[in-house]
Design a protein around this ligand. Structure first.
Ligand SMILES: Nc1ncnc2c1ncn2[C@@H]1O[C@H](COP(=O)(O)OP(=O)(O)OP(=O)(O)O)[C@@H](O)[C@H]1O
Ligand SMILES: [Mg+2]
Length: 277
């Protein structure tokens, strides 16, 4: 995207975190080490470890209540916004331990965008302003630049052709599937390096879901995607790697083909063949 190299954009949005980095690069985009989480006294995540390569799609699967949402929310420091939540362990974004005391969680959320299960456009805003809002908040004043980023982000989320002639319409007047792509455009406008998606298609019809799935294929070229899904076929279709969780533990993690065709654990085999969950 041409605007990504724009000087004003880079100066305003990009944060040089190199001074916070460890000296040794571990080579993964996201690395989760000994991650534990509790809500009050109830443990929701138990010693989770896995590494995610750049420009891949990773699917988190597992039965309801196993900790998928908690895990994905720990990856960009969103989970700690729940007052009863405790998080222990490390998550690395490149070489940065995002839980280190000198790291600003606001910056982490910018670099690791989140799309939720239920589309949540800003209710009073137009399509255009939904995508532009974050840029304005971050001090970008150049209208031509904002316009370019809005257009590129809406193209990036494959919504542009459907809305380009009516950008002033309320975001909420779009269909559910369009709203979800609007939320993806809003996330893309912040130029995240990682996009976290918690069941982004569960509220959508099959056609809208297929569009989001196609989109993931495109997004993988630009960034790293981690997606929670209940839909096993979707996980098999869109992801390069799959993590199967059960009762707060990461039972098995590996290339999607292997997890689905040759799982190493009996529990994984039973889940993916629909014997429980
Ligand atoms: N805000 C919260 N307060 C207390 N407990 C919570 C909270 N959020 C989640 N939990 C508990 O943490 C565990 C994991 O929940 P989580 O939402 O991560 O599961 P999930 O795998 O995303 O489930 P689903 O597939 O239904 O979305 C559950 O036992 C849940 O009850
Ligand atoms: Mg969930």
């Amino acid at each position: 995207m041409s605007w990504m190299s724009s000087k004003e954009y880079t100066n305003t949005i990009s944060y040089k975190l190199s001074s916070l980095s460890d000296t040794k690069r571990h080579g993964y985009k996201v690395s989760v080490k000994n991650l534990n989480s509790w809500f009050g006294s109830k443990q929701a995540l138990k010693d989770i470890n896995f590494d995610v390569k750049e420009n891949t799609v990773t699917a988190l699967i597992g039965p309801s209540g196993c900790g998928k949402t908690t895990l994905i929310r720990c990856l960009n420091r969103m989970n700690e916004m729940t007052s009863s939540a405790i998080v222990k362990g490390s998550v690395y974004l490149d070489d940065i331990d995002i839980y280190a005391s000198n790291v600003d969680p606001v910056i982490i959320k910018r670099r690791m965008g989140m799309v939720f299960q239920k589309p949540n456009p800003f209710p009073t805003m137009s399509i255009y302003d939904n995508v532009a809002a974050g840029l304005k908040l971050n001090g970008i004043r150049n209208k031509a630049l904002i316009r370019e980023i809005v257009e590129e982000s809406l193209k990036g989320s494959v919504l542009w052709d459907e809305v380009k002639d009516e950008l002033g319409r309320p975001g909420l007047s779009l269909s559910g599937g369009q709203q979800q792509r609007l939320c993806i455009a809003r996330a893309l406008a912040m130029q995240p390096e990682v996009l976290l998606m918690d069941e982004p298609t569960s509220a959508l019809d099959p056609i809208a879901s297929a569009k989001i799935e196609e989109l993931m294929n495109e997004l993988r070229k630009e960034l790293t995607v981690i997606i929670v899904t209940h839909n096993m076929q979707q996980a098999a279709r869109v992801s390069d790697y799959t993590a199967f969780m059960y009762l707060g533990e990461l039972v098995e993690y590996g290339p999607t083909k292997q997890i689905f065709e040759n799982p190493q654990k009996e529990l994984t085999e039973r889940y993916i063949s629909g014997k429980f969950g």
